[in-house]
Design a protein around this ligand. Structure first.
Ligand code: B12
Length: 264
């Protein structure tokens, strides 16, 4: 199908049992005690969202006066996939060995990175997955790369300290992890971090990365970072991205000459 502009449409609907049946699964919590009435409330709630064929598949007490539901239902929403335009980081990763060899040859010094979970956030597992020696999902963390020098400052690190420490060491990149998102605290912390980098004169001079389970590339760009990394990020994604950025700053790689695909 084409539009009046001649562009192809790519219409999509949710896939449940059959192509285009519009069946979705959703889960949510209501602040009521688990009961038949609560189940009916969950059903009505979904119907008010415009869903039909609502089936409450699971109902479970979450806490006192809170019930968790899993629901299957039909949605009539149709999307034109070709209308979606979103920034994306596409990285053709070099292998661990090749990336280190490239740093040695083309940068000729260690790439220095600082990372922390900032503000009041105590969740360190994400930033540790990226930086720690043992890494994540079969991938080495940046501490394991002989041509990276990685400093992991841990959790609840004030923005000013993280920026100051990175600046003192002349870091190439700062990695900020934000996991708690209640009341958009991650955005508030991230904006404060960017303000701090401007105050300390490093904004635009270092690569600034934001990561966390509810972070995506667009959000990070909007907040003033160079890139955003969400769930499932591997340390090698980050290592390759940073090396690419350093080479760009050195004028050795063109902007937009990003990599594609997986390492060989
Ligand atoms: C473990 C955990 C804890 C541990 C943390 C221990 C530690 N040292 O980290 C403890 C028990 C301390 C904890 C405490 C709290 N927690 Co907690 N916690 C979790 C839990 C179960 C897992 C998080 C985790 O480790 N994920 C695994 C890592 C590997 O995933 P990740 O963080 O997404 O990281 C990946 C990517 O996002 C990315 N990434 C992450 N950061 C960065 C940074 C950069 C630069 C890059 C490039 C990539 C990157 O790379 C990683 C690898 O792929 C989640 C629920 C869940 N299942 O997710 C709740 C959860 C995050 N916690 C939650 C809450 C509310 C809290 C508390 C506020 C609870 C309370 N009332 O006290 C406190 C927080 C206190 C505080 N001040 O922060 C909520 C957050 C809700 C929200 N929307 O904000 C969650 C979602 C649970 C829930 N459903 O309610 N928690």
């Amino acid at each position: 199908m084409t539009t009046h502009t001649g562009r192809e449409k790519h219409l999509i609907r949710a896939y449940g049992d059959r192509r285009d049946d519009g069946i979705i699964q959703l889960s949510f919590t209501l602040p009521v005690t688990a009961s038949e009435k609560a189940k009916e409330a969950a059903k009505l709630y979904c119907q008010k969202m415009g869903l039909t064929d609502v089936k409450v598949a699971a109902i479970e007490r979450a806490a006192e006066n809170y019930t968790f539901f899993v629901v299957y239902a039909r949605s009539n929403v149709v999307l034109d996939y070709n209308e979606i335009d979103t920034p994306e980081i596409v990285i053709k990763k070099k292998s661990f060995h090749d990336l280190n060899a490239q740093i040695e040859l083309e940068i000729a010094r260690k790439v220095v990175v600082f990372g922390a979970c900032t503000g009041t956030d105590t969740h360190t597992v994400g930033i540790d997955a990226i930086l720690n020696m043992k890494g994540f999902a079969g991938d080495y963390g940046l501490e394991r790369y002989p041509w990276f020098e990685a400093f992991n400052l841990g959790s609840q690190v004030p923005n000013a300290d993280l920026v100051r420490r990175a600046k003192e060491k002349g870091a190439d990149a700062i990695l900020v992890s934000q996991v708690v998102t209640q009341r958009d605290v991650h955005k508030e912390n991230s904006r404060a971090f960017i303000d701090e980098t401007k105050k300390q004169g490093v904004h635009g001079k270092m690569t600034l990365l934001l990561g966390g389970p509810r972070v995506d590339h667009r959000l990070a760009l909007d907040l003033g970072f160079d890139a955003g990394f969400g769930p499932g990020t591997k340390p090698s994604d980050v290592a390759n991205f940073i090396v690419h950025q350093v080479l760009q700053r050195m004028g050795k790689e063109q902007k937009g000459a990003h990599y594609e695909g997986e390492p060989t």
